[in-house]
Design a protein around this ligand. Structure first.
Ligand SMILES: Nc1ncnc2c1ncn2[C@@H]1O[C@H](COP(=O)(O)OP(=O)(O)OP(=O)(O)O)[C@@H](O)[C@H]1O
Ligand SMILES: [Mg+2]
Length: 328
């Protein structure tokens, strides 16, 4: 199979996904509306690729990730994994799917059981899912620790005995232990020091190459996304506003919001030299009552009358944008 053919095989298809949370007000806590955290999002992940998902805090990135692994039940839309519709399957039916679909969380402290030695943390899911014979467990735990750059002796320690970066490595080893096809990484490095972030991102990149992992990589830091993603989707207030191959999106953003996000980011990278320093004005609107027309019009320096009235749809080309007046 050529790289091109491998690229064209979809592993995960998200179709018109809506994930809403009820807003409860008043004495009896009745739902008075919905936070439209994800509001009609369609995305496809191809085998072996890493798709970065960026946007400001609260725009719905985690809600997409959590819906994909079914920690949230979507309000509407479909999620197809390896061609199978997993949108509304029962928890029991989901069990075999979960093996192939793992999530790495932002907080390495909260995601490990403090009373379990690392050996058991890594061994237990493999044994529970009968992926391994008892006699092979030790060897597999050693292999996983080596894969994420930890010593074998780490297996006999407890989570509190590790640094944040080491805990995140353990979290990655645990996700890999079940040999998943897809990993959803939800801000896997944002709780860590910058130098440790670089190490973990480097590790993720090596693992992608070695294991041909498919990855949905969520972050609000553009830098992390740029390092690991082959394509990038930009999200604003529950919707995708731009999606393109990473190099193209960073070099030639077409949505004003993407340009502003990039303008707020100043890395020592020649790609960004000469780019104006820009600031995104105003607050993020209320996701339970999004603005009419284009949701970004209240903060967009280029907004015109049409933007207030008419909602732009995402174009279908490889560099897709949802804007009436995309940047040239
Ligand atoms: N369980 C919940 N109940 C009610 N509202 C929620 C819930 N989870 C998230 N939200 C709301 O949904 C919106 C999207 O949240 P989400 O966590 O998906 O954002 P995010 O893009 O991941 O943000 P961050 O970058 O801060 O992690 C926010 O307005 C948030 O307040
Ligand atoms: Mg989040």
């Amino acid at each position: 199979m050529t790289a091109q053919e491998a690229m064209s095989k979809p592993l995960l298809q998200i179709e018109n996904l809506k994930t809403y949370y009820p807003v409860r007000r008043g004495l009896f806590g009745r739902a008075s509306g919905f936070v439209k955290a994800v509001d009609d999002v369609s995305l496809t992940l191809y085998e072996g690729e890493t798709l970065g998902l960026v946007g400001e805090s609260g725009c719905g990135k985690s809600s997409i990730g959590r819906s994909v692994v079914r920690l949230e039940r979507p309000h509407a839309g479909r999620i197809l994994f390896e061609g199978e519709d997993i949108t509304s399957v029962s928890q029991r039916e989901l069990r075999p799917v979960r093996l192939r679909l793992q999530m790495i969380f932002q907080d390495p402290y909260a995601s490990l059981n403090p009373r379990m030695r690392i050996f058991d943390t890594l061994a237990e899911p493999m044994i529970a899912h009968q992926l391994i014979k008892r006699g092979d467990v030790q060897g597999e735990v050693d292999r996983l620790l080596q894969l994420v750059g930890l010593p074998r002796a780490a297996a006999y320690r407890y989570p509190h005995e590790f640094s944040g970066g080491q805990k995140q490595r353990i979290g990655i080893a645990r996700a890999l232990s079940l040999k998943p096809r897809l990993i959803v990484c939800d801000e896997p490095v944002s709780a860590l020091d910058v130098s440790i972030q670089a190490q973990i991102l480097g590790l993720l990149q090596d693992l992608q190459d070695e294991l041909k992992l498919t990855c949905l990589f969520i972050a609000h830091g553009i830098g992390a996304v740029k390092q690991v993603s082959s394509r990038v989707a930009v999200m604003y207030l529950g919707q995708i506003v731009e999606i393109a191959p990473s190099e193209l999106l960073f070099r030639k953003p077409r949505h004003p919001y993407t340009k502003l996000l990039l303008g707020a980011y100043h890395p020592p990278d020649p790609l960004f030299r000469g780019m104006e320093r820009l600031i995104i004005q105003g607050d993020v609107p209320d996701p339970s009552d999004p603005p009419s027309g284009c949701r970004f019009h209240t903060r967009c320096p280029y907004a015109q009358e049409r933007c207030r009235m008419e909602e732009p749809s995402l174009t279908k080309d490889p560099h897709a944008v949802a804007c009436h007046y995309p940047l040239a």
